[in-house]
Design a protein around this ligand. Structure first.
Ligand SMILES: [Zn+2]
Ligand SMILES: [Zn+2]
Length: 84
C-alpha cells in the first residue's frame, strides 16, 4: 500500500509518480529517493558555472555522473536553454 515515499532532499511525502521512473544515471543502482523537483533543482544549481558533464546524481552516496542524455532527460527547460 506504500504508494508514497519521502524525498531525502525536501522531506515531502510524494507519490511514486513524482520520482524518476528510471535510474538518473547509468551508474545509479539505488532506489529513487530524490523527487523529480529536487532532481531538477539540483541539476539547475550544479549547472551554474559548470558544464553539463560535471553534474552528479543528487542521491547521497551515489556519485553517479549525468551524461548529456541524462541531463536532457531530467533537467528543466530553463537549465537546458542555459546549457546550449
Ligand atoms: Zn524532493
Ligand atoms: Zn544515483
Amino acid at each position: 500500500m506504500d504508494k508514497e515515499r519521502e524525498c531525502v532532499v525536501c522531506y515531502d511525502r510524494k507519490v511514486l509518480a513524482e520520482y524518476p521512473d528510471r535510474p538518473v544515471t547509468d551508474a545509479c543502482h539505488h532506489e529513487q529517493l530524490v523527487c523529480r523537483d529536487c532532481l531538477q533543482q539540483s541539476i539547475s544549481s550544479q549547472s551554474n558555472g559548470k558544464v553539463y558533464n560535471q553534474i552528479d546524481c543528487p542521491t547521497e552516496g551515489c556519485g553517479g555522473r549525468l551524461a548529456y542524455a541524462d541531463v536532457q532527460r531530467w533537467a528543466d527547460h530553463d537549465t537546458l536553454v542555459r546549457q546550449v
